[in-house]
Design a protein around this ligand. Structure first.
Ligand code: UD1
Length: 382
């Protein structure tokens, strides 16, 4: 019997990380993978679409926890994941990223004496107001194998006293997925659908200049005093070129609650010619979103993963946060930190558009991180 690995995925940013690990594990006879979906994200467009597009096998178990406060959601995952571990008796539980599902399942495993592997270990924003930072610190503390994406992560872990023998610099699994699907995504018709590219005649294939926005961090969207000026700054940038804003359910709710919808021009896909303004659209699937970002002049975001994806795609990125746990994207990539002050955002956006940086692809972001992880799991997990 191979090494039994329970892999955990719960929220949207986990799916593109778990996909290549599942694929590599599935091909390795030394590993017996068992996939658990916690159900932290559950909407068609936040979950199932990703399984389909990324060919992630159907989860062996779906815990169907749904939304809730941090305490309620984390507790519910813990409660429902424990019996799975007791029944499956895995050699190791592998968790990815920094969401509530990550810490909840790591904690259950550690308490049952099951080894824990953390993919994307060691990232630190040093901002404890960010729920993900707490999840990262705690998950790393109880993990036996720590897989890192960039050199700063190892520095952070060593500074926290983690035994260096447990740290493995393997690269970035999310970039494995990006590189694998880049070609397929090019067939997406999202740009034509949004009126950003000509679909026939002389204009066929030409792409209008546009930007992409994503916003969902509680620190940015949960208070009207922060969200209103942020949308105001984006509106100014959108005066020069259309900004496409696939809107996260959390953000959609807050925009509605604070009555800020009027700050977004056009609440659907722009028809025909691209118009300036912020175009809020429903969340996109992986392939459409990748194509949209790959062809953008500029990305404005508070997402962690998008800072990494834009670095590899060579698309300028302005991060609407005061800090980043992914410093390599600023040092070697296309990322600029702008915070949430409207003036700084406008300056950063202008700079990003006019002073193009030659991005270097960070070390080991080469499409083979999952294979390295699986090799280590196969040989070191017991
Ligand atoms: C979670 C992660 C965050 C990650 C983000 C990516 C934590 C602490 N946060 O934040 O790190 O960057 O996912 O999306 O784990 N909702 C839906 N449909 C869904 C899921 C959520 O409508 O499928 C709504 C619910 O109203 C829910 C809200 O979005 O209350 C927030 O969802 P939640 O999972 O609590 O956190 P995210 O903001 O998505």
């Amino acid at each position: 019997m191979g090494v039994k690995v329970v892999l955990v995925a719960g929220a949207r940013p986990n799916f593109m990380k778990i996909a290549p690990i599942m694929a590599a594990a599935g091909e390795d006879p030394r590993i017996a993978p068992f996939l658990v979906h916690t159900g932290q994200h559950y909407d068609e467009r936040m979950s199932r679409l990703f399984f389909e597009e990324l060919a992630i096998p159907r989860p062996d178990v779906d815990l169907e926890v749904g939304s809730g406060s941090h305490a309620a959601q984390t507790a519910e995952i813990i409660r429902r994941f424990e019996p799975v571990c007791l029944e499956q008796r895995p050699d190791i539980v592998a968790v990815v990223g920094d969401v509530n599902s990550t810490i909840a399942c790591a904690l259950v495993a550690a308490k049952l004496g099951i080894r824990v592997a953390h993919v994307e270990a060691g990232l630190r924003s040093f901002d404890r107001a960010m729920p993900e930072e707490i999840n990262r610190v705690l998950t790393d503390r109880i993990s036996d194998l720590l897989f890192t994406t960039e050199p700063a992560a190892e520095v952070n872990l060593r500074a926290e006293g983690v035994d260096p023998a447990r740290i493995h610099f393997v690269g970035n699994v999310m970039i494995d997925t990006l590189l694998q699907h880049r070609q397929r995504a090019a067939a997406s018709t999202i740009l034509q659908g949004l009126g950003l590219a000509g679909d026939r005649g002389v204009g066929a294939g030409t792409v209008a200049p546009y930007g992409v926005v994503t916003l969902h961090r509680p620190s940015n969207v949960d208070r009207a005093e922060t969200l209103r000026p942020l949308l105001g700054a984006l509106g100014e940038i959108a005066g020069d070129m259309p900004l496409v804003f696939p809107i996260h359910p959390r953000t959609a709710k807050q925009v509605e609650r604070f009555g800020l919808g009027q700050l977004m021009h056009g609440d659907g896909a722009p028809a025909g010619q691209p118009r300036n303004g912020i175009h809020a659209i429903a969340p996109l699937g992986y392939l459409d979103f990748l194509h949209l970002v790959a062809n953008a002049r500029l990305v404005l975001t508070d997402s962690g993963g998008l800072q990494e994806e834009t670095t590899v795609l060579g698309v300028p990125c302005v991060t609407l946060r005061e800090n980043t746990e992914r410093p390599v994207t600023c040092e070697q990539g296309t990322n600029r930190l702008a915070g949430t002050d409207p003036v700084r955002i406008l300056v950063a956006a202008r700079e990003a558009l006019t002073q193009r940086r030659e991005a270097r692809r960070p070390e080991l972001w080469d499409g083979h991180a999952s294979e390295r992880i699986v090799e280590i799991l196969a040989t070191r997990a017991r």
